[in-house]
Write a protein that binds this ligand. Structure first.
Ligand SMILES: [Zn+2]
Length: 281
């Protein structure tokens, strides 16, 4: 499943290659994604110019503006890659394969959406319906980890009175989005916080350390992705995690890189957590 760093790399790629281009048409071969694709999507947005590519959690936000107000409604196309989705920008698009469900044909390139498992989504949100940030899909989401909206005070406030383990709190996505299973283990190690610690017992100073650790871990992953992905936007549907140099994840029984204590693995809500019993308290 594509994770936040991967989606961010896709966003940067789209921004560099497609912003400023006009959308000529939308070719929909299979509209049955997680939610059915609007049948009139092409009519609504063809002829419009892509003016920005944003991101909220793992949703890509493609903002379109018509040439004149009478030529259509401005708005944002929300794209989610689901479990197995990829987006590729193709200067010369080869014939579509079995899982190539949607093409957005721009003046200079075709943006091809492939999704074998069809858990992804493409939804049009017209500006007339309000700011895209208020979309119902974003209502329950926590802070963006790389934005100023994610800070120590906020994490401290969100965890007060919570007895859930900090690892599970991070994965839930209600305090902060985008911290997947591997990134949670790595961030907690970096911050010196044990994954089983009740979230409410994290003091303000340790919240600040954890915020910094999460930012650093995700930023590193994005930097890795930027170097491994060139022409292809997004994963091959296999991984979802960039090959970051893990300090604890997948290293059960191996010596901690800081103190040489063997790394432990435990299961929390059917997911593996890895930690150093000496460095993490
Ligand atoms: Zn250690």
């Amino acid at each position: 499943m594509p994770e936040l760093p991967e989606v961010e790399v896709v966003r940067r790629g789209l921004e560099t290659q497609l912003v400023g281009q006009r959308l000529l048409r939308v070719d929909v071969r299979v509209p049955r994604l997680r939610w059915p694709l609007a049948a009139d999507l092409g009519q609504r947005i063809a002829g419009q110019t892509l003016v920005a590519v944003g991101r909220r959690s793992k949703y890509l936000l493609l903002s379109f503006v018509p040439e004149t107000a009478r030529a259509g409604e401005s708005g944002t196309l929300l794209v989610h890659l689901g479990m197995s989705g990829t987006l590729r920008s193709l200067a010369l698009a080869p014939p579509a394969g079995k899982h190539d469900h949607v093409d957005l044909v721009f003046t200079g390139a075709t943006l091809r959406y492939r999704d074998p498992r069809r858990f992804g989504a493409m939804l049009w949100h017209a500006d007339a319906d309000g700011p895209v940030a208020t979309h119902r899909l974003f209502a329950a989401l926590g802070a963006e980890p790389l934005s100023p909206a994610f800070h120590a005070q906020g994490l401290y406030g969100a965890t007060r009175g919570r007895s859930v383990a900090i690892k599970q709190f991070l994965l839930a996505g209600t305090g902060v989005v985008g911290v997947g299973n591997i990134y949670a283990s790595e961030s907690l190690f970096r911050a010196g916080v044990r994954p089983t610690l009740p979230a409410g017992r994290l003091g303000l100073r340790r919240c600040a350390k954890l915020v910094d650790a999460i930012r650093a871990t995700l930023t590193e992953a994005i930097a890795h992705g930027g170097t491994t992905l060139r022409d292809f936007f997004g994963s091959d549907g296999q991984g979802g995690y960039f090959q970051i140099q893990c300090a604890v994840y997948g290293r059960e029984g191996l010596p901690c890189r800081v103190c040489n204590t063997p790394i432990r693995r435990i299961t929390q809500q059917q997911r593996s957590s890895f930690y150093c019993p000496r460095c993490q308290r």
